[in-house]
Design a protein around this ligand. Structure first.
Ligand code: KIV
Ligand code: ZN
Length: 513
């Protein structure tokens, strides 16, 4: 049985989705979970793109063990060198070099002749190979390229040492049969020892189908992203590719994947929470309704035998009906123990403040599920640090005839700070009061509300982006009340800003004139 390597590009192609901007700690959290999920390759970023990208790839390369860690690179030597600098500490580093081979990309974007493209590919792969054995090459827009020319470039890359050839359908134009044929053509045409990989975008909703057609025709690596994130309509959804291969063992009888599928739902929730890209309810495999049965006839069937209407056992993807894990009588020990079992490692002050927050919520909500716990921990520890300000009290007034106003009491190391504010609505008033208490006056950008689990006492999760002091930061908050969740999200963003400001001050005093 062959292994199909799962190459996750959530942190690179996925992070290119509009509006997603993850900081280093958030990327590390996702990379850790991807390792736990058992992906074979993590594409951690595009180091030349920005200092932040470089820092994240380097941090992941240093900390995350298990999967191959790769960085993307154009063909310029500066790119290749920077990619190597970022991944070189990894247990298993890889450099992923790409250059476009389609006529339109070569003429309009690169302004290069086909001969120049060949030369670029040759030089870049050789440069990467000088650093590391594991080199991947992608002819960008491969599906729309002349297959003969594309294979000539791929042959050059293999001759220079590339061990993986990835064939991107960059603009999501492929249809399964045709994409499968192209994969077979590459395997039959290019000579050497290499693995062929798929990289399919979802512009026509065919990314997963195309990737699987690639597998049927000999591809042994699939590039995909959690929840199908990625440029425009996204990449092939990792969870769908994995579960198609696992569920249809009868059809994909020659292959398997290394992924621990029970971690799929948790990974999906984490990525949704950190990116702010919510998963549609009816999304295959990880959607909230993927295992819900509404019609009486279906419910009856499932009760008699699950397989009447379910082709996947929910527990194999970690989707069993939101487990009740803790209640208000649970102690600190049980709390810490449950977090450990969920793979969340929290200690010291961070554990204390997370426990206090858990107790506050347990007073309002009868049963705390694992999804609730993840949300609480994300709010308390989103940035891996204990926060400067805590929310002690929030009082809001408003309605159809009373102007909205709010009073907050915050805590910090010096004690308590009280302030009031007014606004267009109660959330606006609460934010104004927090601004007055902390001295941070930001502008609210994105504002998203979702419920963590179902039911009347569901936790509301709010994610906001705040522009202040020339920066944009994301804050998250959870509570059983949406105004409180919003205030917490805003305060969370303020805490991040205050910390970033502190870091800049330290830098200025250490590197200043
Ligand atoms: O879609 C694409 O072509 C890519 C390459 C850089 C692999 O993301
Ligand atoms: Zn892509």
């Amino acid at each position: 049985m062959d292994t199909v390597r799962i190459f996750d590009t959530t942190l690179r192609d996925g992070e290119q989705s509009p509006g997603i901007s993850l900081d280093v700690t958030e990327k590390l959290e996702i990379a850790d979970q991807l390792a736990r999920l058992g992906v074979d390759v993590i594409e951690a970023g595009f180091p030349i793109a920005s200092d932040g990208d470089f820092e994240s790839v380097e941090a992941i390369a240093k900390a995350v063990k298990g999967p191959i860690i790769t960085a993307l690179s154009r063909t310029g030597f500066k790119d290749v060198d920077r990619a190597w600098e970022a991944v070189r500490h990894a247990e298993k580093p890889r450099i992923h070099v790409f250059i476009a081979t389609s006529k339109i990309h070569m003429e309009k974007k690169l302004r290069m002749t086909p001969e120049q493209v060949k030369h670029e590919a040759e030089a870049a792969v050789a440069r990467a190979k000088g650093y590391v054995d594991d080199v991947e090459f992608s002819p960008e827009d491969g599906y729309r390229s002349d297959p003969v020319f594309m294979c000539e470039v791929c042959q050059i890359a293999v001759d220079k040492g590339a061990t993986t050839l990835n064939i991107p359908d960059t603009v999501g134009f492929a249809v399964p049969e045709d994409y499968g044929r192209l994969i077979k053509y590459v395997i039959d045409t290019v000579k050497g020892d290499f693995v062929v990989s798929t990289h399919c975008h979802n512009d026509l909703g065919l990314a997963v189908a195309n990737s699987l057609a690639g597998v049927s025709n000999g591809a042994r690596q699939v590039e995909c992203a959690i929840n199908g994130l990625g440029e425009r309509a996204g990449n092939a959804a990792l969870e769908e590719v994995v579960m198609a291969i696992r569920t249809r063992r009868d059809y994909f009888d020659a292959v398997d994947v290394n992924v621990r599928s029970e971690e799929l739902s948790r990974t999906s929730r984490m990525v949704a929470r950190l990116t702010g890209y919510h998963v549609q309810y009816n999304k295959a495999v990880v959607g909230r309704n993927a295992f819900a049965h509404e019609a009486g006839i279906h419910q009856h069937g499932v009760l008699a035998d699950r397989e009447t209407y379910e082709i996947i056992d929910a527990s194999t993807v970690g989707q069993e009906a939101a487990q009740i894990v803790l209640g208000k009588h649970s102690g600190r020990h049980a709390f810490a123990d449950t977090l450990e079992k969920m793979g969340i490692h929290v200690q010291g002050d961070a554990l204390n403040s997370a426990f206090v927050r858990f107790k506050e919520l347990a007073d309002k909500k009868v049963a705390i599920t694992d999804a609730d716990l993840e949300a609480i921990i994300a709010e308390e520890l989103g940035s891996g640090m204990v926060h400067r300000y805590g929310l002690h009290e929030l009082e809001v007034r408003g309605g159809t005839s009373i102007p909205p106003s709010a009073r907050v009491v915050l805590t910090d190391a010096d004690g308590k700070i009280e302030a009031t504010g007014t606004g267009d609505g109660m959330i606006d008033a609460a934010i104004a009061a927090i601004g007055a208490a902390t001295g941070v006056q930001g502008t609210l950008g994105n504002f998203q509300v979702s419920s963590v689990t179902g039911g009347a006492d569901a936790l509301g999760a709010v994610a906001v982006t705040v522009d202040a002091e020339g920066r944009k930061v994301t804050g998250r908050g959870v509570a059983t009340d949406v105004v409180e969740a919003s205030a917490r999200a805003y305060l969370n963003a303020v805490n991040k800003l205050v910390r970033l400001r502190g870091r800049d001050e330290v830098r200025e005093t250490t590197v200043g004139p």
